[in-house]
Design a protein around this ligand. Structure first.
Ligand SMILES: *Cc1c(COP(=O)(O)O)cnc(C)c1O
Length: 231
């Protein structure tokens, strides 16, 4: 627990150094602590260190944490796959949804958001590695999907999110990240700008992601330590 503040500072310094290597403004890159599976006290420590946005991937856990930490002013960022029947939790508690991976989910979220009278910032998840185990739209499907999302008024499409290939081969990881910046450029061309958010980079690859243009690195293990295995 004592390490969390030090881990945040060390990761932030590594992000800033990666920015410096490629001439980027460090203010463009958010460190999003990913607190899934970690206890309320861990989030309290990160909050005391100045962090208010937290990445989570299970609706039930978000509800529990939102109620256990109701005394803090926190914003929940949903970063995992969402079943359509769990859209209610996102509409009630989530400030930003980074894992939009199907039009069916988009329509369900849009319907519930309109009923609740709110809009939701979303990122379109892209399967940049082509691995069958990873969610998201194939890169080629994204331009059509984004056009379709334009009809859903309650969804505010801010950009793209990905999980790169899980490998030590830096060239393979870099190819995932450049697939994303290529796609971002293509969307900006077609729509005349926008799509500024690029959520990419996790504990094992965030410095490369920052060098390649990430605006949000999602760090779990590097901040909070190892997670218990998912059941
Ligand atoms: C769990 C998770 C992370 C954090 O992973 P670490 O390797 O622990 O940093 C990032 N992004 C998504 C989508 C996740 O589910």
């Amino acid at each position: 627990m004592n390490d969390i503040a030090a881990n945040l500072a060390a990761a932030r310094a590594r992000i800033d150094a990666a920015c410096a290597r490629v001439g980027r403004d460090p203010g463009e890159v958010e460190l999003l602590p990913v607190s899934k599976t970690h206890p309320l006290d861990a989030l309290r420590v990160a909050h005391a260190a100045g962090y208010t946005r937290f990445g989570e991937s299970r609706p039930q856990e978000i509800e529990e944490k939102a109620s256990g930490l109701a005394d803090l002013d926190l914003a929940w960022v949903h970063i995992g796959h969402l079943q359509t029947n769990k859209a209610r939790v996102v509409v009630e508690h989530v400030a930003e949804f980074q894992a939009l991976d199907s039009l069916r989910l988009a329509e369900s979220l849009d319907r519930r958001l309109r009923a609740a009278g709110r809009r939701l910032p979303v990122l379109v998840q892209v399967n940049s590695s082509g691995e069958g185990t990873k969610g998201g739209f194939a890169p080629d499907e994204v331009p059509d999907a984004v056009r379709a999302l334009g009809a859903l008024d309650a969804l505010d499409v801010r950009g793209l999110m990905t999980l790169a290939a899980h490998t030590d081969d830096q060239d393979v990881v870099r190819a995932c990240f450049t697939t994303m910046t290529d796609l971002q450029a293509r969307l900006r061309d077609e729509h005349g700008g926008g799509f500024d958010a690029l959520s990419m980079g996790m504990s094992n690859d965030f410095e490369l992601a920052v060098e390649c243009g990430s605006t949000c690195v999602r760090l779990g293990t590097a901040i909070f330590g190892a997670r218990p295995p998912l059941v």
